[in-house]
Every structure is written in C-alpha cells, then in structure tokens.
Write a protein that binds this ligand. Structure first.
Ligand SMILES: C[S@@+](CC[C@H](N)C(=O)[O-])C[C@H]1O[C@@H](n2cnc3c(N)ncnc32)[C@H](O)[C@@H]1O
Length: 323
C-alpha cells in the first residue's frame, strides 16, 4: 500500500487569538435574551459563511465589492504612494482580493498581515497571496478586530511602521459610537484606509442585501446552522425567513431572521421563545455621506486627508491620518 503523502505545511504563519466556543455560547445566549434579539455579525463567518460572503461579492445586485475594486484600480498609484513601505494590516481581510490591487501597485510593501475571525479562510487567502506575490511575507492573525490587536504578541508588527486597511464597508456593521471607539482602538496601526458605503436610494440598497438568488438569505440563515452545530441548538430553518430593510431615518440597512410562527427553540438547557413575525437581527450596515464619515473619523482623532469616490458616487475610500 502506498504510504500517505505528508500534509503540506502551510507557508503562512498563523497567530491564533480566536475566542473559545464558550464565548460564542454566552454571546448567543445574551443576544437571544434581549427584547430585540440580536447577534454580532462576526458570528456569520464560519467557513461556510465566508464562502457564501464570497458568492455575495459576485452578485449583480452587490455593487459594493466591484465598485470599491474599481476605486482601488483607478487610484492605485496614489494609494500605493500613501502606503509607502509600511507593513500593511488588513482588518476583516476575508479572501484578500482587494489587497491584490494595492500589492500590485506597491511592490515595496514586504509584509502583509491579514486579521480575520474566519480562521481557515484567512489561512487559505494568505497562502494564496504568498504564492502569487514573490518576496511578500503574508501573516495570518485570527482575532476579533473589535478587541485591541495584540501587537506585542506579533513580532512582525512590534515596533514596525504600519498602516491599516479596512475595506468592504465593514465599519458600517458598527453602531456610529462603536465605530468611533473602534477607530480609536485601531489608531495603534497609524494611518488608515477605510472603505465606506455611501447613502443612496433604497432601490439600490435593498436588493444589494436581499438578492433574487437567495444568497444573502442563505448567508444570514447559516448562522442558525452554525448555532445548531456548535452549540447543540435545534433551530428549524424552515420556520424562519430572511429580511433586509433600509431604515432611512437611521441611515442603515437592517438585516434580520424572522420567525414564521410562534415557536420555542432549545439551546442546551435554555428555551428561547419566538412569536410569529418576531425578528432576530443578524447585522446592520450603516451608510454615510462623505461629510458624516469624516466628522465621525475626526471624533476618533483622525484627520481626513483624501477621499476617493467612483463616478456613480456609490462608494467612498478614505485615507485618514492621526491628528
Ligand atoms: C464584509 S466581509 C469583507 C471582506 C473583505 N474585506 C472585503 O472587503 O470583501 C467582513 C470580513 O470581516 C471578517 N469579520 C467580521 N467581523 C469580524 C470581527 N469582529 N473580527 C475579525 N474579523 C471579522 C469576516 O470574517 C469577513 O471576512
């Protein structure tokens, strides 16, 4: 019998600060006990969730990814100049596709650090970067980016000049006050390049978060599959449906899973009641005008230096400097 081929070691160095499953359990129990049931969007991203998010990025309705990539391509030279030769730290790096545009334009960047909660997806993305960019050191940091980045435990970042990249409008997942606190926390990285989705008509916004193929719905409902698998719950997915609505007064898309009937779900020993029509909020996505976001950044101690926008004024990319 042929001997099994050895598992190829990943060339990517991984620093793993993934929170333990007990933290997931307590966060879910806490979120499900609130008057408006809610979960942190980070829980959407297990391996399957990351794959579904990648599929969302390809949807015709999801203008965000292709527009931000267009902005990056159109301004790659300017952005590359802003990066200099600092180590590039991407927060919520996902499949690390957008960074490729910047790395092409900035061969002087020698170190890339991807920070993401979805461990396997992160490692695969960093390995693909190492394979495709000669001389690039791509380091994977599996961590919750809303918590202070443990820079002291990452030798490649300690005492090194860095710049943060936070694309994908992920900042919109945070409440404005949380976004300010987050920016203050990541100020440790120095300058930031942040992708922010702009306010626009619900006619464009709502389909972007609730597509005709049902991928956005599958992405949201996958969190129930994950809770069933990892925490031993018994959500019956056929008794829930996905909804996305633009709340114009708050300037945010609200994404939720609605219960189709009165029902009780078990999570370990805990019983969770749902009334028919009651929702479990999975995510919000705040939209900003350029002025609104610049004010928010200034409240966090940043000086807006430059903003790049596409010609249809759908999306913005901000370069922020420490004041
Ligand atoms: C909206 S996707 C954006 C992905 C990619 N940056 C892009 O622009 O297409 C959000 C990414 O952030 C990660 N993420 C979400 N919440 C996180 C958290 N609290 N800490 C670390 N990563 C998180 C997800 O796993 C996912 O890869």
């Amino acid at each position: 019998m042929p001997s099994p081929s050895p598992i190829k070691p990943s060339p990517v160095k991984l620093y793993d600060f993934h929170p333990p499953v007990e933290d997931f359990r307590s966060a879910v129990l806490r979120g499900l006990s609130l008057p408006q049931k809610m979960l942190s969007p980070q829980f959407l991203y297990d391996k399957r969730g990351s794959e579904l998010f990648d599929a969302i990025c390809q949807l015709p309705e999801y203008y965000l990814t292709r527009t931000e990539m267009d902005i990056l391509r159109a301004n790659a030279k300017d952005i590359a100049a802003a990066l200099g030769d600092r180590s590039l730290v991407e927060l919520g790096s996902g499949s690390s596709q957008k960074i490729r545009i910047l790395l092409d334009a900035a061969p002087q960047v020698a170190t890339y650090v991807g920070v993401d909660i979805s461990r396997q997806h992160l490692q695969e993305a960093c390995a693909a970067l190492m394979a495709d960019f000669d001389g690039l050191d791509a380091i994977a940091v599996c961590a919750d980016y809303t918590q202070p980045l443990p820079i002291e435990s990452i030798p490649e970042l300690r005492n090194r000049p860095t710049i943060g990249f936070f694309p994908g409008s992920s900042i919109g997942n945070l409440e404005p006050a949380e976004a300010i606190a987050f920016l203050k926390t990541v100020a440790v990285l120095g300058d930031l390049i942040v992708g922010v989705d702009l306010k626009k008509s619900p006619i464009i916004l709502e389909p972007a978060y609730d597509d005709t193929q049902g991928i956005s719905a599958a992405f949201a409902l996958n969190v129930l599959v994950r809770i069933n698998r990892e925490l031993g719950a018994n959500f019956d997915l056929s008794q829930f449906e996905y909804r996305a609505h633009y709340n114009e007064a708050k300037g945010r898309i609200e994404m939720a899973i609605a219960s189709l009937c009165d029902q009780t779900v078990h999570l370990g020993d805990t019983e969770i009641g749902f009334k028919a029509g009651e929702t479990l909020r999975t995510e919000c996505s705040y939209k900003y005008t350029v002025d609104e976001f610049q004010l928010l950044a200034m409240e966090a101690g940043f000086q807006p230096v430059q903003v790049w926008i596409d010609r249809h004024q759908l999306f913005s990319l901000h370069h922020l400097k420490q004041m």
